[in-house]
Design a protein around this ligand. Structure first.
Ligand SMILES: [Zn+2]
Length: 345
């Protein structure tokens, strides 16, 4: 093979890319062990009012969070905070972050924090998107009324470049330590994010296919029926109960024996949403999706077609139409049964 051959050139490019990755990883690794930023002290002591709001929002009626006597009866020194409130004692609103931005605290001398520097390096290398992937908390002692927490955080590790479903990227793990007013460690948290390179957007003409339903043995008949132009409903062969979505056994009598009936395709909009975001490839937006109640009594989720999203109404009569979405997927969709609405489009 001559050095000028395309394969040799590709090999040289790959080697260069690998050198770049190695150099980047070496730079990223210099951040490991550095504090992410300044220590942050809670603005308020652990207090009953915030706990009440939390347990109300969570629907948690454990009395040890609100009742002194119940807490003592259960062996606690007094009312305790729900352990999962840990971050609530420290976190601030988006606009009230120290430094006045998402970028987090500056160092004492006003320099940008190690976390910000790390993210700047990742951004410059094209890893501009972020998703949180893991959060593990360890509770060392119960947090009680009157505690005043402080959190410090350290960049624990930065992974080599990984291939993920979202794109290629680096996992960044931060370890946070929560201490009380005496400096005693009360909890830790490991928080992991993936900083990744977003995949290039597909060109307009290259429309992605609609996502495939996961077709199992239990539901294959439904999609096969749709392909043949019929809307099938599963029926218990023992007691005659109709059911949807399809499943192996009858919820009424437990029988595994079943057959199907062909729906008339007539029904009404039982409920609906109009999806604007997130926009997934293969669909047109805004996308009206309904729970349709068939006249046989079962309900199914399906696209609404032939109607402006603003014209959809609960109770609206609709009729099924089998739509060949692409070469190998046909789905039941519903359009208004009222011909004046249909005619409008
Ligand atoms: Zn049955």
């Amino acid at each position: 093979m001559s050095p000028e051959s395309p394969l040799a050139a590709q090999g040289t490019a790959d080697a260069a890319a690998q050198r770049d990755r190695n150099a980047l990883l070496a730079e990223l690794r210099t951040f490991e062990g550095r504090p992410s930023g300044l220590a942050t002290e809670a603005r308020d002591e652990v207090n009953q009012a915030m706990i009440r709001h939390w347990v109300d929002a969570m629907g948690d009626d454990n009395p040890v969070y609100v009742d002194e006597a119940a807490a003592r009866a259960n062996g606690f020194p007094g009312v305790i905070a729900p352990p999962t409130m840990l971050q609530a004692w420290i976190m601030r609103g988006y606009r009230s972050q120290p430094g006045g931005s998402w970028q987090g605290p500056r160092t004492e001398s006003g320099e940008i924090s190690a976390q910000e520097q790390l993210f700047a390096v990742l951004n410059a290398a094209g890893f501009t998107s972020v998703v949180a992937t893991n959060c593990d908390q360890e509770y060392i002692r119960d947090i009680v009324l009157g505690d005043r927490l402080t959190v410090t955080s350290v960049i624990e590790s930065v992974s080599p470049e990984k291939h993920t479903g979202l794109g290629d990227g680096h996992f960044v793990t931060t370890r946070l330590e929560y201490t009380d007013q005496h400096g005693e460690l009360v909890a830790t948290m490991r928080f992991r994010i993936l900083r990744f390179r977003p995949r290039a957007a597909r060109p307009e003409a290259d429309t992605p296919p609609r996502p495939r339903p996961a077709i199992t043995q239990d539901i294959a008949f439904f999609f096969e029926g749709a392909r043949q132009g019929t809307l099938l409903i599963q029926r218990c062969a023992q007691c005659g109960q109709l059911r949807h979505p399809p499943r192996p056994a009858c919820a009424s009598c437990g029988s595994f024996e079943w057959d199907t009936v062909t729906s008339s395709g007539r029904g009404t909009v039982y409920s609906y949403v109009v999806v604007h975001h997130p926009q997934v490839g293969g669909f047109d937006y805004p996308l009206p999706i309904a729970v349709v109640e068939l006249e046989e009594g079962t309900r199914l989720v399906a696209d609404l077609i032939g109607v402006e999203p603003a014209d959809v109404r609960i109770g609206m009569p609709v009729v099924a139409e089998m739509v060949a979405v692409d070469g190998d997927l046909t789905l039941p969709m519903f359009r208004p049964a009222d011909s004046t609405l249909v005619g409008a489009l």
